[in-house]
Design a protein. Structure first.
Length: 220
């Protein structure tokens, strides 16, 4: 599958999901390069792709095209792309006609953009399963370095060969594979073994790093 380099992601943040299981979409990344970046919306309670509206600073809307869909655990990611280039500035994004409005910062393409690079091979640093009233939150933390803000993850259950894919944020040099109390990109089952192919992305620079794999047994 083609990896989308310059993109904005709207997704349910784990912290927000733990606090409130209301349906909706949440901004995950806030800055992308100018042009036609891909926009990923992760929504809970959605049965179909939402109508996505992007307005430039003057209020002029940009039409978008749905390019991919990634099903998750209790949520779905929808990938859109503007049909015309987005110029630098503060843009407004609304998903499905529902508040809140999200501010998307489009920046000028740097002349010599530093690539999103791996500082070392990815490795698992921790595994958790936390029980909440609405269900368990599951997470496997993987090192990702500090040169990327986003990652595209393709996860394979080594036993069943079931495949899933989605985008996750890179924070403090790590990324989380799993889901929150109310949903997320990946389902994990105790005692099963997985292999994750991870591609690092820097949407604010429009660059990416080559894919690397990490294997683990989910044993929180």
């Amino acid at each position: 599958m083609k990896i989308l380099l310059a993109l904005a992601v709207l997704a349910v943040s784990p912290a927000t999901a733990e606090a409130d299981c209301a349906c909706g979409a949440w901004l995950l990344t806030e800055s992308v390069v100018e042009g036609q970046p891909s926009i990923v919306i992760e929504m809970s309670c959605a049965t179909k792709a939402p109508k996505l509206v992007i307005e430039d600073p003057s209020g002029k809307p940009a039409k978008v095209t749905l390019t991919a869909t990634h099903g998750g655990q209790g949520s779905t990611q929808y990938v859109f792309q503007p049909e015309r280039p987005l110029a630098p500035g503060k843009h407004t994004v609304v998903a499905g006609g529902q508040p809140p409005k999200h501010v998307l910062t489009v920046v000028a393409a740097p002349p010599n953009a530093a690539p999103a690079t791996w500082s070392s091979a990815p490795s698992v640093t921790s595994q958790t399963q936390t029980e909440f009233g609405c269900g368990p939150a599951k997470s496997v933390m993987v090192t990702a370095g500090s040169a990327a803000s986003l990652a595209y993850v393709e996860l394979v259950d080594d036993g069943s060969k079931r495949r899933s894919a989605g985008y996750v944020r890179v924070k403090n040099g790590e990324l989380s594979i799993g889901h929150g109390m109310c949903g997320g990109a990946f389902e994990l089952v105790k005692a099963r073994s997985y292999t994750a192919a991870i591609t690092l992305l820097a949407p604010e620079r429009g660059t990416s790093a080559s894919s690397k794999t990490v294997s683990f047994k989910y044993s929180p």
